[in-house]
Ligand binder design. Sequence first.
Ligand code: ADP
Ligand code: MG
Length: 327
Amino acid sequence: MAGEFDLIARYFDWPAQSSSVALGIGDDAALTNLSLNHSLVVSVDTLVSGVHYPVDSNIEDVAYKALAVNISDIAAMGAESKWFTLALTLPEYDEAWLQSFSKGLKAAAAEYGVDLIGGDTTRGPQTLSIQIMGEVASGKALKRSTAKAGDVLFTTSTLGDGAAGLAVHFNSDDLLVQSPVKTDKAQSEAREYCLSQLNRPTARLVESRVIRNYANACIDVSDGLLQDLSHILKASQLGAELNTDEIPLSDQSKLLFGHEKALAYALSGGDDYELLFSVPQALCEKLQAEMTAHGLPCHRIGQLNAQTGIIKDQHGHPLTASGFQHF
Ligand code: ADP
Ligand code: MG
């Protein structure tokens, strides 16, 4: 691509925040220093324009989100995110696009304290791929496979707002609850809230630092609660009972869509990036006290049992997973 090096220097080569970056952008590869007795944690996510984000999206938000959702994966491992690389495929050298993209990416990088240490730039259909790297004390990572029967299930904050935001984005007005007591202002604030949850999700890195001291297993909810819970159940050979009355829903989603639809979004929507984790019963009170003391969200939503692969609600009715799948 013509001007590739100029492009990198202009939009992606900013100073490292962390002294762990021994060699950043500009050489054949980057070098980082790992802390003693820590494992490297690596994950990659690709976003294709028109598949993972609408083609008319605000690109600053897309960049922010691309990094935030990668950091969410690291948080779900109970690890610290440190470095990332960016593989960027673009149809053309569009300065306005690059400026917005770089701004959103830099904002997320600053917010979560991660450094961009390299990447690749190619011409083609618009695709963004971010590889995140972090570290975790050896043997301390939170896996999907280590939940135990009897563990209590928790989630960090409200679920379903990402799916609600997507419905707002596509202006699914027919779904909106019409009520004379709800002012236009409340409606428009609720729309803004759901959109911002969709476009600028929070990676639960701070929460993860507490959770990792208590949880047996953890996952981030990116494809809907049922589908992501089923990943833990499959890996750990367990079943679960969810109390659907306890699943946290935002007032905004309920106001726009009604309780039933808001709950459906929580169960089978996507794009929430809350943590879903299981904690031994004996540790629950201490976990909740510590989360509360730090002002961090934490909601008890169910319990794990030995009925492999089955998710039931509090009345014993089966709940089936139907989150987003590409294939
Ligand atoms: P090479 O030919 O050795 O693969 P490149 O020309 O692709 O090197 O990249 C030059 C340098 O710029 C490398 O350090 C690479 O990591 C970095 N780089 C390339 N594209 C990006 C990007 N989009 N964001 C950040 N760093 C990038
Ligand atoms: Mg290259």
